[in-house]
Design a protein around this ligand. Structure first.
Ligand code: ADP
Length: 444
């Protein structure tokens, strides 16, 4: 026979890491028309209770992570949970465990294994206001014991975390070293294949009737040449990120015309090759003063940012490249659109690259500057430097950031978020470069 429906059932949150106990208590109390919500850990219980405070909480004490006493103490510090009855349900029957639970903030204590007949009535008693008490002396004694135990647990956790952190750092270093060594080892054979492919092509080109048809030797040599070129770009990206991480990226100090550098990057990307229909335009770039920096590196930086703008903007979209000068004194108020990041110690140039593409969620705007970070699901990764939503290795922005910071500059992004439908909010990248960067003096 099914139980009668109740309009506003009493809600009970049961926190226990043992699924068998949870099922038993849930079934038992459901028969009494209680609505039971289960949580597997103290943290999960905290979240559920905060979101939707129940009428009573049944708390297992011996749980991994935050134990029941600690979860109770935490709940007692949260507005809205202070007055909810919390009852410890635990097999801990050692002397003092009941008192510790009361000192931690529980209203009472039910021993496990539960008495099937008694249990619902015990729960009802606590719902109706039952309160188990400690004498003042007991309370003082058990609070002291409880805080001592808390500090010991905290100490153990800190040691465990420090240990885990040291291990992670070691693993991260092994991984970084492996990537750097592998890239170095790959560079030599790649350079040879690259050189020989070019040589093969020029040798054929010099003959009287080079077979330039599709699939002919000249064409095949060209394909090898272009593929190896792409491979060497990948290896160079890895080596560059290693240099940036080791803070060893050196920059030349020469006057750099930013419009020329950006135009050269665009010419190299050449989105028209992939038949991308994009309106790419410049505004206020002609009269920008030159910055002091490394032409080659700055071109690479703009290449990375522009190729992203191209990749993440659908056909028919636009990319605007605009520049202006900001001065520290008096503050540039006219174009202070992002005061927290644009305040500057020295006269600088800001270049804005604004696309009308898919946009970037606020939660991802920091992550995209981390090495190897890719927003999209890598299962569907397809490598391209210009195709719509083509993928890379997640190194473009960290390298761009590294180059900009080696010039004492800053990069940040603004976007209203990513829209999965066809409505594209766009992304705007800002690159601030001091007119006179003297951070890293010349080198290679
Ligand atoms: P990759 O080298 O693979 O292109 P990046 O480090 O340059 O990687 O970029 C990381 C991620 O940031 C990209 O995978 C993409 O999801 C996101 N992203 C970068 N630029 C844009 C942009 N203009 N519009 C939308 N998403 C972008």
């Amino acid at each position: 026979m099914s139980k009668p429906a109740v309009e506003n059932p009493t809600r009970i949150l049961y926190i226990d890491d043992d699924p068998v106990n949870r099922t038993l208590v849930n079934r038992l109390l459901s028969n009494y028309n209680f609505k039971v919500t289960e949580a597997e850990t103290g943290m999960e219980g905290l979240q559920i209770a905060q979101k939707n405070p129940p009428d009573l909480i049944l708390m297992d004490i011996n749980m991994p992570g935050l134990d029941g006493n600690e979860t109770t103490t935490r709940m007692r510090g949260i507005g809205g949970l202070q007055d909810i009855p919390i009852v410890a349900v635990t097999a801990y029957t050692t002397k003092g465990s009941k008192e510790l639970a009361l000192a931690a903030g529980c209203n009472g204590y039910i021993a496990k294994p539960i008495d099937i007949d008694e249990f619902p009535h015990q729960v009802i008693a606590y719902l109706e206001g039952r309160q188990d008490n400690l004498t003042a002396d007991e309370k003082q004694h058990y609070l002291g014991r409880y805080s001592q135990r808390l500090v010991e647990r905290l100490e153990t956790k800190i040691l465990e975390l420090e240990d885990a952190n040291a291990r992670l750092q070691k693993i991260d270093k092994v991984k970084s070293d492996f990537i750097t060594v592998a890239a170095h080892e790959l560079r030599t054979p790649i350079t040879l294949v690259y050189g020989y492919a070019k040589l093969l092509q020029t040798t054929i080109e010099g003959t009287e009737n080079p077979d330039t048809t599709n699939g002919g030797v000249y064409d095949l040599a060209g394909r090898i040449y272009h593929s190896v070129h792409r491979l060497s770009e990948v290896v160079n990206d890895i080596l560059n990120i290693s240099l940036i991480e080791a803070n060893e990226m050196r920059i030349e100090q020469t006057p750099v015309d930013l419009k020329a550098v950006i135009s050269a990057a665009l010419q190299d990307i050449d989105p028209s090759k992939n038949d991308r229909q994009l309106d790419i335009s410049f505004e206020d770039m002609d009269d920008l003063p030159p910055v002091t920096g490394d032409v080659r590196r700055l071109q690479q930086m703009f290449w990375n940012i522009l190729s992203n703008a191209i990749k993440f903007t659908p056909d028919g979209g636009s990319i605007l490249i605009k520049g202006w000068v900001v001065s520290p004194d008096p503050p540039d108020t006219e174009k202070t659109f992002n005061p927290s990041t644009q305040e500057t110690q020295q006269s600088s140039v800001v270049v804005m690259i604004k696309d009308s593409g898919i946009g970037i969620d606020a939660s991802e705007q920091k992550n995209i500057f981390d090495r190897f970070y890719i927003v999209d699901d890598t299962t569907y990764h397809s490598s391209s430097k210009t195709a719509y939503r083509g993928g890379g290795m997640g190194l473009g922005l960290p390298i761009a950031k590294g180059i900009i910071e080696a010039h004492d500059g800053r990069i940040w992004v603004e976007s209203a978020g990513r829209n999965s439908k066809d409505n594209n909010p766009g992304s705007t990248f800002y690159i601030l470069l001091p007119l006179d960067s003297t951070k890293n003096q010349s080198g290679t």
